[in-house]
Write a protein that binds this ligand. Structure first.
Ligand code: AMP
Length: 290
């Protein structure tokens, strides 16, 4: 497995692979990899001849008061995980390689990015869509893999790929959790022992909401109210949002029908964590821009 830092090096490797007729999977990440990322890499290795993992803490998706500087980084450990999982290439650019002087072209997606995380992180999805578009153009993968952990991001990327005719397939992968239920996240490392315990309130409320829906509850507001009640029972938890939205529009719903995303963002101390469950009727497993 190779680690490269420049666009030129990625393109050279990709060109050679394409000449050999190899298919390519891309797993975009911000590094500090865990089993959640690893599940995406595994899916890519299983579905493609070659797998590229990008490891890049993308500055344009962080707001001014967010954790860009303190975001955990450990390329050595990431490389070991990628290698052990069968990845072929890590692309680990410096910010200047992705955003050289006078950079001023952005990909923005309207509507979908105003809801949920977009409310408290107004520039976030513009940064995500811009960096993901750049990665698609640099790596030109056949397939790209994203986690349902970031369900709004996945919905936005699917929309962007359709709208802008990116010739690749987006593959969504299920949320990987710790044994006690907490969704795996690089940000879990910020939690101290007491906060780590308190953070379980996210998955507890998610499981309770999911159970209500599975048992036939169709009143979205009743589910949201119960989930808020559970989260508010934890003194260290401060709710950013608990919402049920239509999967395609990200608009709030009153009645649970069709494909629904129930998403939450909760602050435990200074750490903002997200989790969700999806209630599906006929949602495709993958989306293509062709
Ligand atoms: P990040 O490094 O946090 O930007 O995440 C990179 C990719 O890994 C995104 O597509 C995430 O949705 C996915 N991911 C992160 N955590 C998990 C998890 N616990 N389960 C599944 N996918 C995940």
């Amino acid at each position: 497995m190779k680690i490269v830092h420049t666009v030129k090096e990625v393109r050279e490797t990709i060109n050679n692979w394409k000449k050999e007729g190899k298919t390519i999977g891309l797993v975009p990440t911000m590094g500090y990899l865990h089993e959640g990322h690893q599940s995406l890499i595994k899916a890519s290795v299983a579905g493609n001849d070659k797998t590229v993992v990008s490891v890049f803490v993308n500055p344009t998706q962080f707001g001014p008061n967010e954790d860009y500087a303190s975001y955990p980084r450990d390329l050595k450990k990431d490389a070991a995980l990628c290698e052990a999982t069968g990845a072929d290439l890590i692309f680990n650019p410096e910010p200047e390689e992705m955003y050289p002087d006078r950079f001023c072209s952005y990909v923005n997606i309207t509507g979908l990015s105003d809801a949920l995380c977009g409310k408290s992180r107004p520039i976030h999805f513009k940064g995500v869509c811009t960096v993901v578009s750049k990665l698609f153009n640099i790596v030109t993968p056949d397939r790209a893999y994203f986690g349902e952990k970031d369900a709004q991001q996945l919905a936005i990327i699917r929309r962007m790929v359709k709208d802008l005719n990116f010739p690749l397939e987006i593959v969504g992968c299920p949320i990987i959790r710790e044994e006690d239920g907490l969704a795996k996240s690089s940000r879990n490392t910020y939690l101290n022992t007491e906060e780590r315990k308190a953070a379980l309130i996210l998955s507890k409320s998610i499981f309770a909401g999911k159970e209500m829906v599975e048992n036939g509850e169709t009143d979205a507001n009743a589910v949201v109210a119960r989930m808020k009640e559970i989260i508010n029972s934890e003194p260290l938890a401060v709710i950013d949002y608990v919402e049920m939205v239509n999967m395609d529009t990200m608009k709030n719903i009153d009645t649970i029908e069709g494909s629904v995303l129930c998403a939450i963002a909760v602050k435990i101390g200074k750490t903002r964590l997200i989790d969700n469950f999806i209630s599906i009727e006929n949602t495709p497993a993958s989306t293509s821009g062709e």
